[in-house]
Design a protein around this ligand. Structure first.
Ligand code: DC
Length: 239
């Protein structure tokens, strides 16, 4: 007997949707893993770092003085952030006040300021409230620095990623060099070290490994191997 259209439809098993958080140091490959996981599971992927980068872009364009709380609060009122899926790039891209800034926010100029902006309490409250709203229906993979500790402390699966410093620098260098061949490895190294320091030493929501997070060191494994491992962890939680 066909159940479709009958009042028994609700009895059919529906895959349980969970929240997956991926935190870790800069350039550990968090977004690569998060995107792959979301694709495999049919989940939404959210790059929380893109939100802090887009806010930084707005602050730079509008000369917002980071030391002036009133100015920061006022500026945040004028910021609207949205993620819109782009079928061509197969990626959710970030829009700042209806402008696609996905490409602009990856520049080193933004990377040099973003950790200072992300350390501001009001900025974090602004971003975290929106991130929590995005996770209300679950079925989401979000990467960042405080996702498992602050944004979704009750997430079913928390992953904390690490990789050797030299490997991370090389990965980021390759990425940035494609856009800007004048960039030096020293610049990239200094920027990574500075961001990791500020991100893990700030007063509000510093980068920490959640107690219940599973650690994934991807220094010596391929993206395919790391995806396999994360999928195993996810399927244990979804069961
Ligand atoms: O992941 P990313 O490199 O794009 O992040 C940019 C910066 O934003 C990073 O230096 C720290 C900050 N960030 C944060 O403080 N909290 C998050 N959840 C995500 C990013």
């Amino acid at each position: 007997m066909l159940l479709t259209g009958t009042p028994f439809l609700f009895l059919l098993p529906v895959a349980k949707k969970i929240i997956i958080t991926i935190d870790g140091w800069s350039s550990c490959g968090k977004s690569t893993l998060a995107k792959q996981l979301a694709k495999e599971l049919g989940y939404v992927y959210v790059d929380s770092g893109a939100m802090y980068r887009a806010i930084t872009l707005y602050f730079l364009r509008n000369n917002v003085d980071l030391g002036e709380k009133k100015e920061v609060k006022q500026a945040l009122k004028s910021i609207n952030l949205e993620f819109i899926y782009n079928a061509k790039s197969n990626n959710s891209e970030i829009y700042l006040n209806e402008e696609n800034v996905e490409y602009l926010i990856r520049d080193l100029i933004i990377a040099e300021k973003v950790s200072d902006v992300a350390a501001i309490k009001e900025v974090r409250e602004f971003a975290v409230a929106q991130q929590q709203k995005m996770g209300e229906k679950k079925g989401i993979v979000m990467d960042g620095r405080d996702i498992g500790t602050v944004v979704f402390p009750k997430a079913e699966l928390k992953i904390f990623m690490t990789a050797d410093n030299a490997i991370r620098v090389e990965r980021r260098f390759k990425e940035l060099y494609e856009k800007n061949p004048n960039i030096t490895i020293e610049e990239v190294k200094n920027n990574l070290e500075m961001r990791d320091y500020i991100d893990s030493h700030r007063e509000v929501s510093p980068l920490r490994q959640a107690k219940d997070a599973l650690e994934l060191d991807n220094s010596n494994i391929t993206p395919q191997q790391q995806l396999k491992l994360a999928l195993e962890w996810a399927s244990q939680k979804i069961k």
